[in-house]
Ligand binder design. Structure first.
Ligand code: SF4
Length: 438
């Protein structure tokens, strides 16, 4: 007889869906089926069961091949690497629990590392803008129940957050939005004909890199001030029509993604989007929210914030926390050759960093802690497989709207496999001894 585990959290994207049902074999070891998850969420659970999964740490050999080593040897290599390094980089943290992040930060403080998370290449610019001007935001529950004006700016949730629209933003019937999509007007700002754009009432194909101008044009239109004939490729009449439509709503939300955080003007785009939200509040209620990617990148910013006061790119090399994006951010440090060891957990810079940074990682002493074989694991000197958070071990995570949600364990990890917290705690204890503690 199989058993059903309900209210399971999906540990894939920042939507952090909390309504999954997982069918588990009677002995609690095998996942048989998954209900309610989207295709990528379901794949995350099934991947834990994949044949050929690496179950023990692997050390890179001089000929590039890998040799299996014990967890004790992996702990020793990691502790020695971090102890000897003058300025190690500890990167990632977005696909693990807050508990693991917290132990990782303790290690970073001990060894004088730089702690950076994946915001460095996605919403770091958002975090800078929030520090500049604040952010009027809300929860996804409020959006479901109240929002009737939805803007997706530079994001494509159909592919990146597949259940976002059905659970929160376009289709659900909420308390004040009981007709679902019929209650809502949807605007998409994207130079591409994305699948999200196909569902929109208004699709503004903004010219590449000219988001700042279009945001400014909306602010001008709200005040009925004159506009040029076209702004960023969009005719004046369309901008005025959309601005009037936004003003006439009861509750609106701007969701924005990397199309606007990482295009020309970067954090200034987000400053301007936040100021547009502020302006819209002179006419109706409006909020703004970042579409966070990794399921706990928001949690990483939270935990870093509590512990050191900054949400990413925290430099602890002088014995106290410093923060200067552009200087203390991972790619800048790697490309300038300023770090001498790299520890990666819960992300894949090998797949997402520029090739110049990836080459630097491959030349340095490096450890990759990840349940999967990834481009990063394949360039690291040591790969340490661990249990899947949210599948084989529970832990706290933060949804994209900063709501903390406790992820659940649904099956046991392979026998003898450590969790992120267990591995980091053992490294931390070994470092304590290396640095002369008890
Ligand atoms: S939308 Fe995101 S959190 Fe929800 S099931 Fe899909 S991948 Fe998981």
């Amino acid at each position: 007889m199989s058993q059903s585990v309900t209210d399971v959290i999906c540990p894939f994207c920042g939507t952090l869906c909390d309504d999954l049902e997982v069918i588990v074999s009677d002995d609690g070891k095998k996942i048989e089926d998954i209900y309610n998850a989207c295709a990528i969420g379901a794949e995350k659970f099934m991947h834990a069961q994949a044949a050929g999964r690496v179950k023990r740490p692997r050390m890179q050999q001089p000929d590039g091949s890998y040799k299996e080593v014990s967890y004790d040897e992996a702990v020793e290599y990691t502790a020695q690497m971090l102890h000897k390094a003058r300025k190690p980089l500890m990167y990632g943290w977005s696909s693990t629990s807050c508990e693991a992040q917290s132990v990782g930060h303790e290690i970073a403080e001990k060894v004088g590392a730089i702690v950076d998370n994946t915001a460095t290449v996605c919403h770091g610019t958002t975090l800078i803008a929030v520090q500049d001007v604040g952010i009027p935001s809300c929860t996804l529950g409020e959006i479901k129940n109240r929002a009737d004006r939805i803007i997706f700016w530079g994001c494509n949730p159909c592919h990146a957050h597949p259940r976002h629209q059905s659970r929160y933003s376009i289709f659900p019937r909420g308390y004040f939005t009981n007709k679902g999509h019929k209650n809502r007007k949807v605007v998409v700002v994207d130079p591409r004909d994305s699948d999200t754009a196909k569902m929109a009432d208004y699709h503004f194909k903004v010219e590449q890199g000219r988001d700042y101008e279009l945001l400014s044009a909306f602010r001008v239109a709200l005040r009925n001030e004159p506009l040029p004939e076209k702004v960023a490729g969009i005719p004046r009449e369309k901008i005025i029509e959309a601005a009037d439509m936004l003003k006439s709503g009861r509750f609106g939300i701007i969701f924005f993604g990397m199309g606007v955080t990482q295009s020309l003007s970067k954090n200034h785009n987000i400053d301007n989007a936040i100021m547009l939200t502020k302006d819209l509040n002179e006419f109706t209620k409006f909020s703004i929210m970042a579409m966070r990617g990794h399921y706990n990148v928001t949690g990483s910013g939270q935990v870093l914030g509590w512990q050191f006061g900054y949400p990413f790119a925290v430099d602890l090399s002088r014995g106290f926390a410093r923060y200067n994006p552009g200087e203390s951010t991972s790619n800048d440090l790697l490309r300038r050759g300023e770090v001498d060891a790299v520890f990666v957990l819960g992300s894949d810079p090998g797949a997402h960093f520029p090739i110049s940074s990836v080459k630097k990682i491959s030349q340095l002493p490096s450890v990759c802690v990840d349940p999967h074989i990834t481009p990063t694991s394949e360039i690291s000197k040591l790969h340490v497989p661990v249990a899947f958070v949210g599948v084989e071990v529970g832990g706290n995570c933060y949804r994209m709207d900063n709501v903390p949600i406790e992820a659940r364990k649904v099956v046991d990890p392979p026998e003898g496999m450590l969790t992120d917290v267990e591995f980091l705690s053992r490294v931390n204890s070994r470092l304590e001894k290396l640095s002369g503690g008890k």
